[in-house]
Design a protein around this ligand. Structure first.
Ligand SMILES: *Cc1c(COP(=O)(O)O)cnc(C)c1O
Length: 229
């Protein structure tokens, strides 16, 4: 069945392939997180059935908790927003991966919560590469210390770094921020000795640039589901 969502995802996959080609990368190394915040279970069901999407991103725990039970099972749920420490328990039960861990207390709360639920949770550390006061994320200077703590958590799988660049009109202007995260990953690998760290970066507006700069997860909402109202 061809639907608007399926058409959007076709076009998106083609742009992902083309960006990978330009960068000499394999499309298998770029995973698509379909950002489904504000979208209904019906829209999510359509994205699964008609477009074959398998990973969904939410940014509010309560919204996700109410929605996930009404969505088809067998897909992965990623938490992509800012997580408050007092939501670590429900988040560790609902989600397979948390993209934006940015403090030691949150890290420890998630580790404990994942342990209580008897599961291993994938996490990325959010880095504030732009230094904007409005952005969450650990500073580049503090990254390696938090990364060492993340690597030692028993119930967390430290699998990468995440960033959100400043809102720029021209997506190419986000490139230096993506490149900075790429470089920080190298120093983090060297400092902590974790070899397989991926990069979570790129949204509807700038995912092609992010892919060219090494993204392994792109978090795309409006290019799939249309504008959020
Ligand atoms: C909403 C959101 C996205 C997706 O944004 P689009 O512009 O709709 O693709 C990606 N990442 C985070 C952290 C978000 O909050």
């Amino acid at each position: 069945m061809t639907t608007e969502i399926a058409n959007n995802v076709d076009a998106l996959r083609q742009r992902i392939r083309q960006a990978c080609e330009r960068a000499g990368r394999s499309p298998d190394d770029v995973r698509l997180v379909a950002v489904s915040k504000t979208r209904s279970p019906e829209q999510i069901g359509e994205a699964i059935a008609a477009a074959g999407l398998t990973v969904f991103g939410e940014s509010r725990v309560q919204e996700a908790a109410q929605k996930i039970e009404h969505c088809p099972s067998g897909v992965a749920w990623h938490f992509i927003g800012h997580l408050q420490r007092n939501k670590a328990r429900p988040a560790a039960a609902l989600f397979d991966m948390v993209h934006a861990v940015d403090s030691l207390p949150l890290l420890q709360a998630l580790d404990a919560a994942a342990g209580e639920h008897g599961r291993c949770l994938d996490i990325c550390l959010q880095v504030n590469v732009s230094g904007e006061a409005s952005k969450f994320g650990v500073t580049p200077d503090d990254l390696n210390e938090l990364a060492a703590a993340a690597a030692s958590c028993r119930n967390l799988n430290f699998c990468g770094l995440m960033t959100i660049p400043p809102a720029v009109r021209n997506p190419d202007d986000a490139r230096p921020f993506f490149r900075h995260l790429f470089d920080l990953r190298q120093s983090c690998r060297d400092a902590v000795g974790v070899t397989n760290l991926g990069l979570s970066m790129g949204m509807s507006h700038d995912f092609e640039i992010a892919i060219e700069e090494g993204a392994n997860w792109i978090r795309v909402g409006s290019a799939i589901f249309g504008r959020r109202t």
